[in-house]
Design a protein around this ligand. Structure first.
Ligand SMILES: [Cu+2]
Length: 119
């Protein structure tokens, strides 16, 4: 797997105090295919201590394009972090999990039932 070629862009440039648009692209399966069920959030942190971070959800506004409106509420140095949460499972993962559970159940069913002892 080649990894995700994630890109984050902030507009307008130069960035000024106030709401800016943060665009995240390149969330793929590593082979170039877009992923479904992805949740993207961006976080803005100031370099100096004592500032609460700002967050914004980035819904998918076009296929593979996630757009957030982040409020840079103070002049200074900001760091933008991108949080990407992938869908928890896909068909292959679920199929494998169900097959494993089925196999374990069948094996357990072959064992004799132990009667619980009354206390
Ligand atoms: Cu600040």
């Amino acid at each position: 797997m080649a990894g995700m070629p994630i890109k984050t862009a902030v507009t307008p440039q130069p960035v000024h105090v106030g709401v800016a648009t943060v665009t995240v692209t390149g969330v793929t399966d590593g082979l170039g295919e877009l992923l479904a069920g992805v949740h993207v959030q961006v976080e803005g942190d100031m370099a100096h201590p004592g500032m609460a971070p700002v967050f914004a959800d980035a819904p998918e506004t076009q296929p593979g394009v996630y757009t957030a409106h982040l409020n840079f509420n103070m002049p200074g140095d900001w760091v933008v972090l991108t949080h990407i949460r992938l869908a928890k499972a896909n068909k292959d993962v679920l199929t494998g999990a169900l097959r494993t559970a089925w196999t374990l159940r069948v094996e357990k069913n072959k064992k004799p039932i132990k009667k619980k002892r009354a206390i």
